[in-house]
Design a protein. Structure first.
Length: 371
């Protein structure tokens, strides 16, 4: 890796780096454990409120990003190079974790220019400096994310896999041409054990969620054109990508009557499929819609067709008979299309619109897309 240091100094840093790296290259102790460890380079995220953030779903804002190296017990020289997209990460500043807090390491230098970030560190000891194999914060970034929707940090920020640009040396006694690198297939004159990296690893944080709320409205025709009238007692389901129910509620589950048809669900950020239907009395055609959002959505209103009283997917003479029973005096909330407390000529007109729509003309897969 001697050529690596020369390339690093020539390409990225000032002549001061040569001074920082002028540490003894002959170990006073036995060589380290190069090749016996499993180093792992990754990032940890904290938002502006000091709370842990998920690097897979970063919204607009400023984050502290810790560059962490785990799986090693000692380091002699460490360097990482990362390429980032300045259009998404509009401000990237790096500070040396060891510069002021640990005299056992020297900051070899930091360069941040034109979407490329380089930082290097060297042990000030004769052989190496002990690090925590469970995870050692090597450097800390301040990153401002500018994006209209959530972004995976691994998209606009990637560690460079060139062995000359990202590597970890365990002990000077191993020889300065031996180091862990990210690409073991790269052309090199020396054996290079594997180091892995993940810029935005999965973590145990609770998934970021949004609140989706709206109203279940009675449709005024067979294709599901919404009326202004809400409907209580309708079930609303949210599904994940595998079709599993992840949340469910019933419109006006809290018993409120000021705005009939209100519902509210908390779902993960991203795309979620919803189904509205499964009426308490099974008298409506189920309706599907899709939500794709990163912030709370308060206008996810959807109309449901109530004319299919026996829920068989068609509006036919059986449904007409059920409606006529209500129309002739046996009040039914399911036939009260305008929710005025009576089943009268207005409701009959609405029913006839559905009935004359051909029965099978109902749109089952209505999709409402919210950004």
């Amino acid at each position: 890796m001697k050529k690596t240091l020369k390339k690093f100094v020539a390409a990225f840093l000032t002549a001061m780096i040569a001074v920082c790296f002028s540490v003894p290259m002959t170990a006073s102790a036995a060589p380290g454990t190069l090749g016996d460890e499993s180093p792992y380079l990754y990032c940890e995220f904290t938002d502006e409120n000091g709370d842990a953030a998920d690097g897979n779903h970063l919204t607009a804002g400023t984050y502290q990003v810790n560059i962490v190296l785990s799986g090693m017990e000692s380091l002699s020289v460490f360097q990482f190079t990362a390429d980032y997209d300045p259009a998404v990460l509009t401000a990237v500043d790096v500070t040396s974790t060891y510069e002021d807090t640990d005299a056992s390491f020297s900051c070899g230098g930091i360069k941040n220019q034109d979407g490329t970030l380089v930082a290097a560190f060297a042990s000030a000891n004769d052989d190496c400096t002990a690090v925590d194999a469970a995870g050692t914060v090597i450097a800390t970034l301040s990153v401002t994310v500018d994006t209209p929707s959530s972004t995976d940090f691994q998209g606009p920020f990637l560690f460079n896999t060139d062995p000359d640009l990202t590597f970890a040396e365990a002990d000077y006694g191993d020889g300065i041409e031996a180091a862990y690198v990210l690409d073991v297939n790269a052309e090199t004159e020396t054996a290079i054990p594997q180091m892995t990296a993940d810029e935005s690893p999965e973590n145990e944080l609770e998934p970021e969620t949004i609140t989706v709320s709206g109203r279940v409205l009675i449709a005024q025709d067979a294709v599901g054109t919404a009326s202004a009238f809400g409907l209580r007692g309708v079930k609303v389901y949210a599904y994940d990508n595998e079709g599993n129910v992840i949340a469910e509620t019933v419109s006006n589950a809290d018993g409120a009557t000021s705005e009939w048809g209100e519902y509210e669900l908390e779902v993960p950020v991203g795309t979620t499929q919803f189904m509205v239907g499964d009426f308490v009395a099974d008298t409506i055609v189920n309706r599907m819609f899709t939500i794709n959002g990163d912030t709370n959505i308060t206008d996810a209103d959807v109309a449901v067709v109530m004319c299919d009283f026996n829920d068989d997917g068609v509006i036919n003479v059986i449904d007409k008979a059920n409606f006529n029973t209500a129309y002739k005096g046996s009040y039914s909330i399911y036939a009260d299309f305008n929710n005025d407390g009576t089943v009268n000529v207005i409701d009959k007109a609405n029913f006839n619109t559905c009935y004359k729509g051909g029965g099978n003309g109902i749109v089952y897969g209505t999709s409402l897309h919210f950004e």
